[in-house]
Design a protein around this ligand. Structure first.
Ligand SMILES: [Zn+2]
Length: 114
């Protein structure tokens, strides 16, 4: 499983490097940290620098220890995720309409009517 994930990441990174060299390095670093579990969560920072970080609580909700998975599970991020989902959906529909793919457009509209 890890080998497959790494292969997918390497292929995606090669495509990304060809497309946009300027913003690629920070995205590559983010992807690597995400997959290796080393995103700078409060828990990780607290473990590494206890004199600088006095606690390990999530700064958004202040109710949970911020481990890497909490960054994506924190209820304070849900509005942002919904906004991102809507932007992606809108872009996808525009792309499908531009390519005049009526069958795919019908399927997308059917699935997103809720
Ligand atoms: Zn939180």
């Amino acid at each position: 499983m890890k080998v497959l994930t790494l292969q997918i990441l390497v292929k995606a990174n090669k495509l990304l490097i060809k497309k946009d060299k300027i913003n690629t390095s920070s995205l590559l670093a983010f992807r690597f940290k995400l997959l290796s579990g080393t995103l700078p969560s409060r828990q990780l920072l607290y473990d590494r620098y206890p004199s600088t970080y006095t606690d390990n609580l999530c700064l958004r909700c202040l109710t949970a220890v911020e481990i890497q998975s909490h960054i994506f599970d924190c209820y304070k991020n849900f509005a942002t995720y919904n906004e991102m989902e809507n932007k992606i959906r809108t872009s996808l529909i525009k792309l499908v309409r531009k390519n005049n793919n009526k069958k795919l457009l019908t399927e997308i509209e059917k699935r997103t009517q809720n």
